[in-house]
Design a protein around this ligand. Structure first.
Ligand code: FAD
Length: 547
């Protein structure tokens, strides 16, 4: 039986173990591979990574996790959108990037219609009910049987530490072997493949496939195999975060938002991620523009006077990707393979992509290794570039000039060439699905130079694997942009039209969708808290809607 050894027991390691055990072993019922995981008892997990994207549901379902049990175990709440505040101007304005929107058939003219209208309603609110459902703080599920038509897409916010513990208990109960030991040495075979790892307990663990989930340490792929790291900091300038938690037993704001808030600050942005018993608030910033001490002060000022005694920690990170995620018989998953900052919650997504790719391209014999690695490296690397472009866009479309950071991130040299080419093209026509079938955009090279010795020389392509034209529309129109900043609407432009189906859905939502905190309490038995009567930043539940 083929042996897989996962080194590292953070979210990446345990997601990989649970997924492989589901996909290849029928959750322990019909084992075809032997899965083991070694986790250091001394090196803590990074324990951030609380916001997810909907693809996590695929992982949960293949692994065999029950949603209710998972949500209880990981203190999870629903996430239906990211609300961006103060990104265009520093003026309290905001827009949503929700997970659901209407897909109009047979031709979607909504983008063009909005651009030609008086834009009195934000674009996403013309095609999705979810921004307003979010601002009403409603759950995406009813307490009884769902009878509101198409379901609302959602992901989760959760306690990353508890999530990894839950996956550990679930996986070990279904046949995954677990060792609490430190890997100290790695022994190679003559053909350049890894043979075994040795631990501080004197044990030697042999395997056929090694998965490096050791986080930023990259103990196997980096330290042992010497696979280099491509640095993306010229496009994404943030490199550290001040992180703290605001417990509800002292500071419950009276509701639980069913979305992530991302608020632009002086030298980066702050996430606000609500869980069942606390909020996680992190200020992602660039050390080139603000010191850690100043960033901590800004974090406290942003959160409010109640934050003065909250403990914070500083997490440094390095944006980029491993030149090859898969080398020989070792695949890096999670932070060992790379990290594009947390703005769109892609950390856990990239771990789940790694696990899915390994299961689908599982090398049952050594002579499959090279072909599987070639394919998987291409797909994973493309996805990194897709994420890079998409996150890069949030920064470069800002028109803030109030700090040196915001002035810098808008400079042409801070924008990837491929994103520039997309923008050139979208001056001519709004984004549409087929834009992602052919990557040669006229008017720009459209490519990213990636000449890495020994690596696949083909230019990366954007397959819209994570974000398609609809997501681009959400951000671009939210930032009043379509290839170039939008000119003000003409004075005789027709009123912006909201689809009648959305107005109907919002009426139904008001009656049928319970407040998010009520759903959590009734469906999961989540604790209830007394409102501390304070308002966290940007809490105002929304703007007046003219429809
Ligand atoms: P870690 O959690 O660091 O785990 C590494 C594991 O390797 C540990 O178990 C450690 O003990 C073990 N280990 C290390 N060395 C050895 C050794 N020699 N022997 C044995 N074991 C060893 N992702 C999201 O999806 N959403 C978010 O909102 C989000 N926010 C983030 C914010 C920040 C500031 C950062 C830095 C990341 C964020 N991420 C987010 C990414 C997310 O945290 C990670 O993708 C995820 O936690 C996976 O981490 P990991 O398991 O790769 O690494």
């Amino acid at each position: 039986m083929r042996r897989v050894l996962i080194v590292g027991g953070g979210s990446a390691g345990w997601m990989t173990a649970a997924y492989l055990n589901g996909a290849l072993n029928d959750r322990g019922n019909a084992p075809t591979v032997k899965i083991s995981l070694i986790e250091s008892p001394d090196i803590p997990r990074i324990s951030v990574g609380e916001a997810t994207v909907p693809s996590i549901q695929h992982v949960l379902s293949v692994a065999g996790l029950d949603e209710t049990e998972f949500m209880k175990a990981a203190d999870a709440t629903f996430k239906q959108s990211i609300r961006y505040q103060n990104w265009l101007h520093n003026d309290q304005s905001f827009y949503h990037h929700p997970f659901s929107r209407y897909r109009i058939q047979p031709i979607d003219r909504t983008g063009r219609a909005w651009l030609n209208s008086d834009r009195s309603v934000p674009f996403m609110e013309t095609v999705s009910a979810q921004p307003v459902i979010c601002d009403m703080a409603r759950a995406p599920k009813m307490l009884g049987r769902w009878d509101m038509g198409a379901p609302l897409a959602y992901a989760y916010h959760m306690n990353a530490q508890k999530f990894a513990d839950y996956l550990r208990d679930f996986s070990t109960a279904r046949g995954v072997s677990h060792y609490l030991e430190n890997v100290t040495d790695v022994e190679m075979r003559e053909n350049g493949l890894i043979k075994s790892v040795r631990t501080d307990r004197g044990n030697v663990h042999e395997a056929d496939i090694f998965v490096d989930c050791t986080g930023f340490r990259a103990r196997l792929i980096g330290e042992t195999l010497g696979v280099g790291y491509e640095d993306y900091s010229r496009w994404l300038m943030c490199d550290q975060a001040v992180v703290g938690r605001i417990p509800y037993d002292q500071f419950y704001p009276g509701l639980i938002r069913p979305y992530t808030t991302a608020t632009a600050l002086s030298s980066g942005w702050a996430w606000d991620i609500p869980m069942q018993d606390q909020r996680s608030v992190g200020y992602v910033h660039s050390s080139h523009f603000i010191s850690a001490e100043e960033a901590e002060r800004e974090w406290r000022a942003y959160e409010g006077p109640h934050a003065k005694d909250i403990e914070t920690r500083l997490i440094k990170f390095h944006v980029g990707q491993r030149q090859k995620a898969w080398q020989g018989n070792c695949l890096a998953i999670g932070l060992a393979g790379g990290f594009i900052e947390p703005l769109e919650s892609t950390g856990l997504y990239l771990s789940d992509l790694g696990a899915v790719m390994l299961a689908e391209h599982f090398p049952y014999t050594d002579d499959m290794l090279e072909a599987m690695a070639f394919r998987v490296n291409r797909v994973i690397s493309n996805r990194y570039f897709e994420i890079l472009d998409f996150i890069n866009m949030h920064y470069c479309l800002s028109r803030r000039t109030d700090t040196a950071f915001w002035q810098e991130v808008q400079k042409p040299e801070r924008i990837t060439d491929r994103l520039k080419a997309k923008f050139e093209y979208w001056k001519l026509k709004p984004p549409s699905a087929s834009d992602f079938q052919d990557q040669s955009f006229p008017g720009g090279a459209g490519q990213i130079d990636r000449v890495v010795p020994g690596c696949d020389p083909r230019s990366p392509v954007d397959t819209a694997g994570l974000w398609n034209h609809e997501s681009y529309e959400a951000i671009m129109y939210g930032m009043h942009f379509c290839g170039e900043p939008l000119a003000p609407p003409s004075t005789d432009a027709p009123k912006t039209r909201v689809m009648p189906a959305i107005i109907e859905r919002l009426r139904a939502a008001q009656v049928k969708l319970p407040p998010h905190d009520m759903w959590l309490q009734r469906a999961l038995g989540a604790p209830s808290f007394t409102s501390a009567g304070y308002e966290p930043p940007g809490w105002a539940s929304g703007r007046a809607r003219p429809y």
